[in-house]
Ligand binder design. Structure first.
Ligand code: NAP
Length: 276
């Protein structure tokens, strides 16, 4: 049976360390504050917001919530973003998505000031933070003392928010990288060479035994609602690989359980930077 890499345990350990950092800031009257902007009542946005509030509480981050009606104009949302960007008492800004269909979400994200853009929403400016999901993968490896140096890491997926930044982070840790994408030929054969396999393709259950070297460490980034069982599943067929993987993150309770806490770390980073 594989070792389960428990994202909740990783988040709990990180939260303790972050709370200490927040408390140190309070002594100088600096308060890490995350401003969230939600337009309407989208189920996904509301549920993400709930997770954020929990992680904020556990890390000593304050949250200023802005909740706007569904029919607010894009211009008014842009005005609010500008106001938050300019407010020195607000350390960070997050737009909860999805935004209503009548809004140009990408254009609004591009208005977020890079120094407050803790979730890397703005694709038009050089980022000041590492995308949270990519950083969460490294947090999990670090928590479990998994050394990347000299290991072959195969990353399935090259998106701007997951595959690409996680490749860079692993390269910085002296892993040897293979980055696969939808045009890669014989991805399973490449994956079978991996000591560390990161599955971030957005393809439910695609990674089976044919993708795994025995003993590999598997981080499953994918999140899908299984239309048959109505349960959450990852990109990895967890049942099929459970005997073969050396260690694996579950879905839910793996990578996704760490990301909100990493986001709080960015808010505290932003508060510390602004206090200097
Ligand atoms: P994305 O933007 O759709 O990117 C998917 C990547 O996978 C693309 O680079 C694509 O290649 C590649 N790909 C697709 N099919 C493939 C295949 N058969 N073989 C090899 N590569 C393939 O997705 P994303 O935003 O990175 O998210 C990936 C998954 O992670 C999704 O399930 C998402 O829900 C989940 N996610 C989880 C968290 C979390 O907190 N746990 C956060 C973000 C995302 P091309 O570039 O060639 O198209």
């Amino acid at each position: 049976m594989s070792l389960i890499l428990d994202g909740k345990a990783v988040a709990a350990a990180l939260q303790q360390a972050l709370k200490a950092r927040s408390q140190k800031l309070y002594l100088d009257y600096v308060f890490p504050v995350l401003a969230t902007v939600r337009v309407g009542e989208s189920k996904d946005a509301v549920s993400y917001e709930k997770g954020l509030l929990k992680a904020a509480k556990a890390t000593g981050v304050r949250v200023r919530r802005y909740i706007l009606p569904e029919d607010v104009s894009e211009q008014d949302v842009a005005g609010l973003i500008a106001q938050i960007n300019a407010d020195p008492l607000l350390s960070a800004l997050l737009l909860l998505r999805p935004m209503p269909a009548h809004m140009d979400e990408e254009a609004l994200c591009a208005l977020v000031a890079p120094q407050k853009d803790v979730d890397c929403l703005n694709q038009t400016a050089a980022p000041h933070f590492i995308p949270c999901t990519a950083e969460s993968c490294l947090q999990i490896l670090d928590h479990y003392g998994i050394d990347c140096r000299g290991k072959h890491a195969v990353i399935l997926g090259r998106s701007r928010v997951v595959g690409l930044p996680v490749s860079k982070l692993l390269l910085d840790r002296d892993a040897t990288i293979t980055l696969c994408h939808s045009k890669t030929q014989d991805t399973p054969a490449l994956a079978r060479q991996a000591d560390i396999l990161i599955a971030a393709m957005g393809r439910m259950g695609l990674v089976g035994r044919d993708y795994l070297k025995p003993g590999a460490v598997v981080l499953d980034v994918g999140i899908h609602l299984d239309p048959v069982t109505h349960r959450l599943r990852g990109d990895v067929d967890a049942e099929a690989v459970s005997e073969l993987a050396g260690a694996i993150t579950p879905v839910p309770g793996g990578v996704g359980a760490v990301t909100s806490t990493v986001l709080m770390r960015h808010v505290i980073d932003a508060a510390e930077r602004s206090a200097k």
